[in-house]
Design a protein around this ligand. Structure first.
Ligand SMILES: [Zn+2]
Length: 226
């Protein structure tokens, strides 16, 4: 057991605390994140950056919405696939809460299937998500992005304010760079860029986020798990 002291906010070891770098941003559309318990154990989970930086963001851990999440009326879930509508349809209507599922592809899907409260929420998706910058988790599917990226892109799209939340992604970039430094360039190359020699496309996929970060934004929710 490590006795290293951890920051109570970002939950990183104190020497790696990133709290001072997180910009405080006022978001007009409330953000709710339901984080699978196993995802909470990931030191580099990006959802926490959103929870620290956004003025209206609740991060709950569990497999079904708790009371705090359920109190939010008119909430929609960001989840692509059958029955999911493009986010542009939401933009012209009243402000609603945006719920993001933070877990592996398999787990997010199960959360949605097994929770009637979640299953009943209207589903929306980003029409053309920007490529992921999250380089240290492996996502076998193209176009997958991290939870934080999905939140940032959704808010910027809905508010019509490109770049407004970019400061949150800078924190993510900083953590990723630090993690790569820690593991060493060799290991990083082997673990995350191995597919580069195979084909540009597979390299692209390999360097993107792992399913744990990306599952709920994947355009093909019925794809088999790894
Ligand atoms: Zn901290």
């Amino acid at each position: 057991m490590s006795a290293r002291p951890f920051c109570p906010h970002c939950q990183r070891p104190l020497p790696s605390c990133y709290c001072l770098h997180v910009p405080r941003l006022h978001n007009r559309w409330p953000v709710r994140i339901l984080q699978h318990p196993q995802e909470a154990a990931h030191a580099l989970g990006t959802a926490r950056i959103a929870a620290l930086g956004l003025s209206d963001c609740v991060l709950s851990t569990g497999t079904a919405p708790d009371a705090a999440l359920l109190r939010l009326r008119d909430c929609v879930v960001l989840y692509p696939g059958e029955g999911s509508q493009p986010l542009s349809r939401l933009r012209s209507g009243p402000v609603t809460g945006l719920l993001f599922l933070d877990g592996t592809w398999r787990k997010s899907k199960r959360m949605l299937l097994e929770s009637p409260a979640l299953a009943a929420l209207p589903r929306y998706h980003l029409e053309s998500p920007e490529p992921s910058r999250y380089r240290i988790r492996r996502e076998p599917r193209a176009h997958a992005i991290s939870t934080l990226e999905a939140i940032v892109q959704s808010l910027e799209f809905l508010e019509g304010a490109p770049g407004r939340y970019a400061g949150l992604l800078s924190v993510m970039d900083m953590l990723v760079d630090e993690q790569i430094r820690h593991m060493g360039e060799d290991l990083y190359q082997r673990r995350y860029l191995k597919a580069e020699t195979e084909s540009p496309q597979s390299r692209h996929r390999s360097a993107e986020s792992e399913s744990a970060e990306c599952s709920d934004r994947n355009p093909d929710p019925d794809a088999p798990d790894r």
